[in-house]
Design a protein around this ligand. Sequence first.
Ligand code: ADP
Ligand code: MG
Length: 240
Amino acid sequence: MIKVNDLHKSFGDLEVLKGIDAEVKEKEVVCVIGPSGSGKSTFLRCMNHLEEITSGDVVIDGESLRDPKVNINKLRSQVGMVFQHFNLFPHKSVLENVTLGPIKVKGISKEEAEKSALELLAKVGLSDKADVYPKSLSGGQKQRVAIARALAMNPKVMLFDEPTSALDPELVGDVLQAMKDLAIEGMTMVVVTHEMGFAREMGDRVIFMDEGIIMEEGPPSQIFDDPQHPRTKEFLSKII
Ligand code: ADP
Ligand code: MG
């Protein structure tokens, strides 16, 4: 579903991604871990074309982000993204947040968009919040709206960038549960997270990033119980 070939990304003189090769298969859940500043967010943002790639390539379901003939807006609508800080539209109701993309970008009728938005809100446990504004929601509720909003575009892949890092601990569980439900349904997912429990339970594969490269990757059992690279060992010893 996703193929990343020798991806490099620089900001001016600062080379942040130094040659990433990765593959994500359909229905796979790949968790990305690593220290702050290692390039995890930049990696996700390149996969969604929120950042221009410096060299190398990202191919989503057979379409290259660097192919000048590819419609980037269409491609982007197929790659849903959920951010640490939710990024909801504050002056729109929950229902409007979820229906805006499908109506504006996909040209779906308001009626149809609302029907599927209400189904998605039910799925993330927020049926009763359709008509409220983001400011009256908890962080966990906002993040579940953000997940519903991304799903409303009917993406082929979902990217999550530390979706629970900004939440109070007691609110993390509901968001992780919504992500687990999605994984069980067979969504292809790339999840940058510090929730090692989630990575161990739901990850088909774990990628350890450090200093702009993939230092190590493997099944959760290998990464967490028998890490091979000294940097992986050091990182895990600090956080677990
Ligand atoms: P992580 O998500 O692993 O913490 P990031 O991808 O956010 O890492 O950042 C990696 C490095 O890239 C950091 O040194 C950060 O300062 C730098 N960086 C990220 N975005 C930009 C940008 N838009 N302009 C300049 N430097 C950036
Ligand atoms: Mg980050």
